[in-house]
Each structure stands twice: as C-alpha cells, then as structure tokens.
Design a protein around this ligand. Sequence first.
Ligand code: F6P
Length: 365
Amino acid sequence: MKRIAILTGGGDAPGLNAVIRAVVKTAANLYNCEVMGVRDGFDGFLGDYGIFPLDQAAVRGILPRGGTILGSANRGNPFARKVVRNGREVVEDVSGRIKDNIEALKLDALIVVGGDGTLRIARELFPIGVPVIGVPKTIDNDIGGTDCTFGYDTALNIATDALDRLHTTAEAHHRVMVLELMGRDAGFIALTAGLAGGADVILIPEIPFTMEYINEKILKRSERGTHFSIVAVAEGARRVGGEIVVSRMGDEVYTPRLGGIAVRVADEITRMTKIESRVIVLGHLQRGGTPTAFDRDLATRFGSAAVRLAAAGGFGRMVALQNTKVVDISLDEALASPKRVDINCDAIRTARDLGISFGDNPLKS
Ligand code: F6P
C-alpha cells in the first residue's frame, strides 16, 4: 500500500479531524504510505484543486478541533448530481470520473468517512471498482452494525447542557420550554439527552405522539405545584397519523430539511393548557466545537483501524464498534436497515418508570 486517500462527506460531526489525523499517522508509521486529502466530499474528485497531499505536519494540532480540515458536502452524490447544461438544470451520473481519477492518482484505497448517505455512495462505488473503506460518523447515531458513531456523544453533551440551562429559566418564569433536537428519523439524541437532562416529555420519531397526553403530563405537574415543564422533541417526531414537519421539501437529489415540530408542539401546549411556552431550536450547535474525549477516542480508533483494513484489502467494508471492540463489517450489512430507537429498550422503559411522557397512552405502553 503506497498511496491512499480520505474524504469526509455529509453533515459534519465532531471527531472528523481526529479520524483524519489517525489515518495519516497510522499510514505513515505502519506502512510508510502517503495520504491524499480530498476536499468537500466526492466533489474533490471532480474539480481541479480537490486533492492534495496530507502529511503529518498538516494534521498537527487538529485532534481537538471540530469540523473537518477537508471540508464536507451533503449534496454531492456523484450518481445523481445537479449540473447546468445549456441553461437548464439536469441530474447526471458522474461516478465514472471518480473511478478514473482514483486510477490516475494510483490510489490503493479510498477511506470514506460519512453517515448513511455518504456510505451508500461508497457502497455503490465499490462494485464499479473503487477500493472503498467506510468509517461511520454522524451525530444522529443511525448507522447499523455499530454500537455508536462518533459525533453522537458530543451532540448528546451539548443537548444535555441545553436542557440543564433551560430548567433554571423555565422554573423562574413558570414556563414550558420545548427544545428541538436533531437526529433526522432517529430519536437517539432526544431520548438520551432527555433522560440525562431530566426532560418531562420526550418526543421521538419512533413513538408518534398525541397532544392530549403531552398536555395531561404538563397539567399534572402543575396540579402538583410544579409550574414548569421541559419537553425534548426530536426534529423527526410526528403526531399519530401526522407527517414529519419540514422546513424545506426534498427532491430527487436533496433530502428534505427537517425542522419546525417544536413550534407546533409549543403552540398547541399554550393553546390547550394556557401555560406559556417557548421554543428553542438547538440546530447546528449540536455539531459544532470540540469533540468529547469519547468521540476523539472512538474517531482515532476508527481511523487507525480503517488504514489497517485497507492494508488487508478489506474493501467494501466499514469499521464499527461492537461490545467495546473495533471490528469491521460489510457496507451491505451496515446499510441493510437504518438503526432506530428500539421502543422496548431499557432506556425507554426507564424513562416511563420515571414518569416521563412520550406523548402516547401511558396505560397502553
Ligand atoms: O445528519 C446530521 C444532521 O445534523 C441531522 O441531524 C440534520 O437533520 C441534518 O444533518 C441537517 O443538515 P444540514 O447541515 O444540511 O442542515
């Protein structure tokens, strides 16, 4: 193995730089192998200045830094790329150019660090001859086959801190605070931060909710003399029989942008309980800043393992964490079914035992 490349795709997650650093150091120390950085996800293969050498000096000091020194893109699917031809926007498959570039650069492996969307692209590139190795990242924690992804722990800590801070101001003003959290179609951030941050109501995509049950919980607290409540709502949560709330519709290339559920929930709480509510959308703060020690450690172990996997010729596979050990699994296995909160898991059970409402019928659950 003489030369490999690394790219980071999709929404950024704290720990990406730790992976890049681990890849460069492991490649140099173990294999005397050169590493190339690819700018802005797969887009780097399509422009003129998208690929550059990454040596140890280039990765010095980046371990605690959020973001990614390579840049990222979450609209860069080479199999379906929007381009303008004769003044008209058309969707084209440009994946062949990536394969040609990889051959021209004599790359022995391409390490793809990404979430669900980016890893799906890697899986499609593998059968056309691109020697891909996957590394799972996302704050959403929704990748199968791995106990968790890096970035998730940092997002959880930021969300929990927000809930702690909301408690004091909610109590001072006798208000309901509704905090909207990321996670797309998975409720991991809202559930775990909700538990860690003492939320009274947790709304997740896996358990559709009914406003009556949410209000019942808030009014009961009020009757007991506790005149404030905290609601943690995942951006992908929805009412029974309702739709996910989006702030921008998707199309054949772009996924819909989720957002707006907290406003709907808070408005209904105020209307039905007459208790004043406020909305806080934590948004991209969950992805920014320095990674936690857990995420730095996991990202470093993933990066190093990805290089060893490349040297062993384990293409079409992804590194994963299983029972505290870093292992590798096929991209097919990882992407077979998206990971979601198991509604019978002990975290849900614990939350219910503590009296936390999921906006469903507590007697039936
Ligand atoms: O997948 C990570 C994530 O942060 C989701 O939780 C969120 O819905 C989405 O990305 C936001 O994407 P963007 O950066 O395009 O706003």
